[in-house]
Design a protein around this ligand. Structure first.
Ligand code: KG4
Ligand code: ZN
Length: 346
């Protein structure tokens, strides 16, 4: 079964064709990074206008790269939310129209469910349930127990900023560009992770929730102290050493909390057979290494097969769409007229 995936929840216009939920035939993303770099973050109106320009060429290119056309596509899966409403509307309305005109089944996909299925892309073996999934992105942060396909129990989530959002905000404080995650990671390689003692919010005993806003404020306070002590007037005068040391210390604090919470989830649900990492921050190699070093060797640890499946992409949406269609055929129709929503159930 060939599914066309469409993703437009934030600042990437994505389209892709995936066969049977696993085999990626094409994965096209038109990134808006250069545009949003100028403002240090995403301006929703600007993002929506870019989606409008890019969505049809991106779909066209995904079909061509997969050596197929719309007539050969069995269904269309589209991100229904959560995300920026003006961005989501471009993807959902495009999918609605294509499904009506071409009489294709339309499958709405929750964005986080999409990220969870990024671990199915291009794999050759079978995933064994139950799975503990840590999703870490710019807009969301959860620990989920997945007992079977589409059977999700949210064990914990962020009470304030998502981890990726904290990476982006810290990079903004340090004038390091957008998105912040990759910049902080690069700087951390040259920094001393023990240079600053930053808070790790573990919350109440046994809680699998997250909180990153205190850590972000602690970085801001270190920054203010540093510029005052060194009489720095402009961000460009921040020393490389300060930027690298604070990046490494911040990243360590984030990743220790994330990996410790995975271990806590595992202690609470020892029946788990696999640990999965998903979402934009799963691209962070330090986080991968830290989780791997803490979990027993007997557990399979997965993260997306390619870095391009970590951040927003349409292949993960097409994959999730395949498993949704297989379990709930009766509720997937053509001309369903999908409207953006944040309902996790489907
Ligand atoms: O999943 P995603 O593309 O979008 C959302 O659903 O939010 O995640 C984007 C987030 C951004 O906050 C970005 O800074 C972060 O993923 N990110 C990283 C890395 N690459 C991207 N964070 C840490 N280390 C990275 N290497
Ligand atoms: Zn995402």
């Amino acid at each position: 079964m060939k599914i066309l995936g469409i993703e437009s929840s934030c600042d990437d216009s994505g389209a892709s064709v995936v066969e049977n939920g696993v085999k990626v035939l094409s994965n096209v993303v038109s990134s808006q990074i250069d545009i949003h770099n100028k403002t240090g973050g995403v301006v929703p109106e600007v993002a929506a206008r870019e989606h409008l320009l890019n969505i049809l060429p991106v779909i066209d290119s995904a079909l061509k790269k997969a050596n197929t056309d719309l007539n050969e596509i069995d269904a269309i899966a589209v991100t229904k939310g959560p995300g920026l409403i003006s961005s989501l509307i471009i993807g959902t309305q495009t999918a609605n129209v294509l499904s009506i005109v071409k009489n294709k089944v339309l499958i709405p996909v929750h964005h986080i469910v999409g990220h969870i299925y990024s671990n199915w892309l291009d794999i050759e073996d079978e995933i064994v349930f139950p799975v503990i999934v840590l999703t870490v992105s710019g807009g969301h942060n959860e620990i989920i127990l997945m007992r079977d396909h589409l059977d999700f129990q949210v064990l914990g989530e962020s009470r304030d900023d998502a981890c990726g959002e904290a990476f982006d905000k810290v990079a903004r404080i340090l004038n390091m560009g957008y998105p912040g995650g990759p910049e902080i990671y690069k700087a951390s390689l040259k920094g001393n992770e023990n240079a600053f003692k930053l808070p790790k919010a573990m919350l109440e005993k046994g809680s699998l929730d997250f909180s990153f806003s205190g850590l972000k404020t602690a970085v801001l306070n270190e920054y203010l102290r540093y510029i005052q002590m060194n009489n720095i007037k402009e961000e460009k005068d921040l020393s490389e050493k300060f930027k690298c040391d604070i990046s490494a210390s911040f990243q360590k604090a984030c990743n220790e909390v994330l990996s410790d919470k995975v271990i806590m989830a595992l202690n609470q649900y020892p029946e788990a057979k696999e640990i999965h990492l998903a979402g934009g921050v799963s691209a962070n190699l330090n986080l991968r290494e830290m989780i791997k070093s803490k979990i027993p060797n007997s557990l399979k640890f997965r993260f997306p097969k390619s870095l391009k499946y970590c951040t927003d992409n349409a292949s993960m949406i097409a994959s999730a769409g395949y498993f949704i269609y297989n379990s709930r055929k009766e509720s997937c129709h053509s001309s369903s007229n999908i409207i953006p929503s944040t309902d996790f159930s489907m």
